[in-house]
Write a protein that binds this ligand. Structure first.
Ligand code: ATP
Ligand code: MG
Length: 365
């Protein structure tokens, strides 16, 4: 799928923008602080319904304005569609798909599929399990609205249980919630396990490609054991029993899908702990490219690849590998300048220049 047109009004430093994009490669260049990342963020927002930079939507409204509007026109196998999001300082955000308002954010999942890679994405490897869960959950949600609603339900049950723990509810009340949490959590965990198993193979292929066959990568889900939903539910319940006293003491749930993680090994080395900076960055990129391949396998079409300022952080060999991979799907790249070694790969690209919240097409191509 690809975005044909993006319209922004009073979004960050864009007061008014309307832009036609190429279904292939789009390269946005500009000095620092001109609005390159803001533009990618807007596209990402129409895909996921939230920013990759802040959980506070209102920060996206241009300073001094009351309301922001972001619109992406998308063309895919299923035809054309349009996602429009309106942010208002005093109201809840409004989302419309194909002109019809939707009340649940889950409906947005899969309409515009994107994979984002930026220097910040190294956090998936470098930082705590929360970042890795976020990566898994966003990727799976884009593939499955059912998973989005499942996760919402799980989080609601979890917060209910935590409130009960804080109010020192009696054992029989907690027992009822334990069953609900374990049954819903088992579905979440089973889905994530399946996702990591599929991603593992694709991530290794991409990692071998990026490192010229010098390194291999393996991923492994770390959480409550079990293959079937029943097995996971049972193990989950047993774990909840074991930690009940601790849970009551601290007022929150110590085990479950909300604490799970996945490991990433390069050879025998756990890159989360012992990887070099460049190695961690490459692993994060391998995961993102694997996500792209997985989306293609699942849906029969590629998502839109968003690359924010990534070339300066990679060595020349990896830069070249990455641009070789970008072929046959829409890619939106931002950078301050195009390195000479990459220029031949970008010869068919549509170029844009970004200056103080205005974007112009370069060279009239
Ligand atoms: N809500 C807002 N309203 C108006 N301007 C904003 C808002 N939020 C951020 N900005 C401004 O947008 C400008 C551009 O930010 P952006 O992150 O897109 O820059 P960039 O072109 O990606 O730069 P860099 O090359 O440094 O990454 C910043 O200077 C910031 O102050
Ligand atoms: Mg930027």
């Amino acid at each position: 799928m690809y975005l044909s047109h993006v319209t922004l009004n009073n979004y960050r430093n864009y007061s008014s923008l309307g832009l036609d994009l190429s279904p292939g490669l789009n390269v946005f260049t500009g000095k620092n602080a001109q609005g390159k990342t803001n533009f990618l963020e807007a596209v990402y927002f129409t895909s996921i319904g939230r920013s990759m930079r802040t959980p506070r939507d209102k920060e996206l409204i241009a300073w001094g304005s009351e309301k922001a509007r972001i619109r992406s026109d998308v063309v895919g196998r299923g035809g054309k569609s349009r996602v429009e999001i309106v942010l208002d300082k005093n109201e809840k955000k409004r989302v419309a798909i194909g002109g019809a308002q939707v009340s649940k954010m889950g409906e947005l999942m899969g309409v515009i599929m994107t994979v984002l890679f930026s220097p910040d994405e190294i956090a998936i490897i470098k930082q705590g399990p929360g970042e890795r869960r976020r990566f898994m959950d966003i990727a799976i949600c884009q593939l499955s609205r059912a998973y989005f609603y499942l996760l919402t339900r799980y989080n609601k049950i979890l917060s209910q249980r935590n409130s009960l723990l804080k109010s020192k509810a009696d054992a029989s009340t907690l027992d009822v919630w334990d069953i609900q949490l374990a049954q819903t959590g088992a579905k979440v965990i089973k889905t994530r396990r399946g996702f990591i198993a599929r991603l593992n193979e694709l991530a290794n292929k991409n990692h071998e490609f990026l490192t010229n066959g010098k390194e291999s990568l393996s991923l492994c889900y770390e959480g409550i054991d079990g293959n079937s939903e029943e097995e996971i539910t049972q193990n989950f319940l047993n774990s909840l029993k074991k930690v009940r006293d601790k849970d009551l003491l601290h007022g929150y749930t110590h085990v479950g899908a909300q604490t799970d993680d996945f490991g990433a090994m390069v050879g025998d080395v756990d890159v989360r702990k012992f990887g070099s900076q460049g190695q961690q960055r490459t692993v994060a990129l391998s995961l993102k490219l694997a996500q792209l391949d997985l989306f293609y396998e699942e849906t029969g079409e590629y998502p839109v690849l968003l690359l924010d300022d990534v070339f300066s952080e990679l060595d020349v060999s990896r830069q070249q590998k990455l641009v070789q991979k970008i072929d046959g799907f829409q890619t939106i790249i931002t950078c301050t300048h195009v390195e000479e070694v990459l220029q031949e790969y970008f010869k068919d690209a549509k170029f844009f220049s970004v200056t103080s919240g205005q974007i112009t097409e370069k060279g009239g191509k």
